[in-house]
Design a protein around this ligand. Structure first.
Ligand SMILES: Cc1cc2nc3c(=O)[nH]c(=O)nc-3n(C[C@H](O)[C@H](O)[C@H](O)COP(=O)(O)OP(=O)(O)OC[C@H]3O[C@@H](n4cnc5c(N)ncnc54)[C@H](O)[C@@H]3O)c2cc1C
Length: 342
């Protein structure tokens, strides 16, 4: 019989984030399909389990201390290891994120187990757990099991709805862990203002910009400044996540006039990212396979291109608007602004 443990770091005063609640839901589903129970392990400054008291966990464990508040390999790994040992866990499930992804391999090694990251599915077959993972840039899905225990997993966000339920009072078992002497300290966090942060994994819409925005337009003019204004206005009004083609983000590296808010982090495709959004709108992009392969998990796909023979027209998009994206986006922004203004 497997002993399943859901693990997550916590931040003082904040509820568990969405990706942790999704991993909790995935843990619960796995335990249900294996016909067993699961436990919860939390660590941090003052980890509180009350928000998830009704999740159905058989036991709650916590490593508590100011030393465990900051994201740091040494203290995160020590806390996770102590929790796994306290729970006697054979299957350990945490949310893919910077903290858990950084330590899961080390924790598995200390426990003599095995680790798998980028898990996109958990299931049971003949009483044994199985995981799903994508390979070869998301082209092939593999289902695998392992005999080694503990099996330490990082579950990707977006694969199951987040757990939600009534808060309550959880009976938490304190786990002792002597923190290793820290060699690093977080002195502050620098992050772009919310409006400058253009990659928004939780957005319903992915808005992709292609190199066409910076190319000579039918009237013979290059309109990069106008493109920048239209794109930023649309992002502000729609709260969409911004993706790009490789051609457009590469332009900056070549010293060409380009859109300064785009980096390779925005690149979608074979050598870029494979984001998950309910809808996608591509603009000024040709829709070539190395780019559209990154749209694998985008639900409904639409594109605006001047070229009626572009890749989008050949089965890559559900709807292709053969139109000038400058004109279309100006109209769309006007409609959104009017809607926002009531
Ligand atoms: C090994 C390899 C890996 C690659 N990986 C990636 C990857 O990860 N991601 C990626 O994106 N690419 C990748 N590429 C590159 C890819 O093959 C394409 O070259 C790239 O996606 C083209 O970008 P684009 O469509 O923006 O530019 P273009 O091909 O230049 O297309 C621009 C389009 O904009 C249209 N247009 C111009 N003006 C307007 C207007 N006013 N309104 C509407 N439409 C307009 C044009 O008609 C044209 O169709 C890879 C290539 C290779 C060989």
């Amino acid at each position: 019989m497997e002993t399943i443990l859901f693990l997550s770091p916590t931040e003082a005063g904040s509820p568990l984030p969405k990706n942790a609640l999704e991993a909790l839901a995935a843990t619960k589903q796995l335990a249900d399909s294996l016909g067993t129970t699961f436990s919860v392990g939390l660590w941090g400054d003052a980890p509180k389990a009350d928000d998830i008291a009704s999740c159905g966990a058989a036991r709650f464990f916590a490593v508590t201390g100011a030393e465990f508040a900051q994201p740091r390999y040494a203290t995160d790994a020590a806390a996770a290891e102590a929790l796994c040992r306290a729970a006697n866990a054979t299957i350990v499930i945490g949310p893919a994120g910077s903290r858990w992804n950084r330590v899961l391999a080390g924790v598995a090694h200390r426990l003599g187990g095995r680790a798998d990251s980028h898990v996109t599915g958990l299931s049971a077959s003949d009483g044994s757990p199985r995981i799903a993972r994508w390979y070869y840039r998301q082209r092939m899905e593999g289902i695998l099991s392992r005999t080694q225990r503990p099996w330490v997993l990082a579950v990707e966000s977006g694969i199951v709805p987040a757990w939600h339920g009534e808060p309550g009072t959880a009976v938490v078992e304190a786990v002792s862990c002597t923190p290793p002497a820290p060699r690093s300290k977080v002195t502050g966090i620098e992050s772009p203002a919310a409006d400058q942060q253009t990659i928004r994994p939780d957005a319903d819409l992915l808005f992709v910009t292609g190199a066409g925005w910076t190319k000579k337009q039918p009237d013979g003019q290059v309109k990069t400044a106008e493109a920048e204004k239209l794109i930023l206005a649309f992002l502000r009004l729609s709260r969409a996540s911004l993706g790009s083609t490789k051609s457009l983000v590469d332009l900056g590296g070549e010293g060409h006039a380009t859109l300064p808010f785009l980096t390779h982090m925005n690149q979608v495709g074979q050598t870029g990212s494979t984001p998950r959004h309910a809808k996608g709108l591509s603009t000024c992009c040709h829709g070539e396979e190395p780019h559209t392969v990154g749209w694998r998990f985008v639900g409904e796909r639409r594109a605006i291109s001047l070229d009626p023979n572009c890749g989008w027209a050949r089965g890559k998009a559900d709807v292709l608007y053969v139109a000038d994206a400058f004109a279309v986006m100006e109209k769309v922004n006007g409609l959104l602004a009017r809607k926002a203004g009531g």
